[in-house]
Design a protein around this ligand. Sequence first.
Ligand SMILES: C[S@@+](CC[C@H](N)C(=O)[O-])C[C@H]1O[C@@H](n2cnc3c(N)ncnc32)[C@H](O)[C@@H]1O
Length: 298
Amino acid sequence: MSVECSRFNNDYEPVLEFIDMILQEHADTLYRAFETHKSVFFDSSQTATELHKIMLELLDLKGWTHVAMPHTRLSQSVRAVTWCIEAHSMLLAPWATVQLKLFRYGANEPNQFAIFAIDDIPSGRIIYELIGQLSLDNVDGEAKKKSTQLSEMKARDGTNRVLYGPIRMVNHSCDANTVYEELKPNCRSTIIVRTLRAIRREEQITVGYGSDFFDADDDCLCSVCRPDTQHGVKSTNPSGMRIVDAEKKKGANKTKNRRRRWVRKHGKDIGKGHSLIGITKGVCGEEEEEGELTEHNI
Ligand SMILES: C[S@@+](CC[C@H](N)C(=O)[O-])C[C@H]1O[C@@H](n2cnc3c(N)ncnc32)[C@H](O)[C@@H]1O
């Protein structure tokens, strides 16, 4: 299997609560940091080490390393917090249409992360907030030693690359509602997802990892393979709305209100994702073999 995921099997909830609290207190600061650094996210010429350094700088910028430390008494890994904040820093822009949530497929399944729509999203739309970036170098060197929150993807040349960004939080479905896409044609470094059909608010965002990702030891729990498990609201069944539980829903409302307040204050046209595509630059552009993007062959 070519994707190695950071899994924090225990204690997700306090981590998320903590992050939510931080986000509420520091939404403006974080958004300003995002604005300052966003060109970096869209520059596809970074190495894994450089990307990691930038992520750490983002954290330092807000002094979050210190804020996160006392939290370790709740047995939370600072690394887990770090990774969540990294992901949230992309997802929290006021125009974000998706959000990271705590999720579990069923009572006997472990907690994990998933991405849910917080607004209706039309078909054919790029979800910029779910940006992902592959490093130029492969993952077996220094960068891997330095960071344990790396996800890996196989590049076309067969080497493992580091994948950063919220795209790494999107779960698989055999009936996926989005597809991986290169932000810039023929450039495999910056990857986003595009909606394959209209997505309803509170529906889980899913993507196809490729047919050989799951095997006998690692079952696919998507709505096609396991209709008995939960997956978020179904696009075809409005009354079947289901996130994780009532508490999570309350949290979602809080975030929505925060977003509304922000938009009221700063104006709803600020930070529209579409302008970001112009920032993409880097060493891409060589013609690459055509083919479907999956977790295996990006
Ligand atoms: C790229 S990560 C997605 C984010 C992940 N949910 C997390 O919390 O880190 C891929 C991992 O998520 C889980 N996953 C994603 N889609 C799944 C599915 N359809 N069925 C079961 N597990 C899934 C698997 O553990 C897989 O190795």
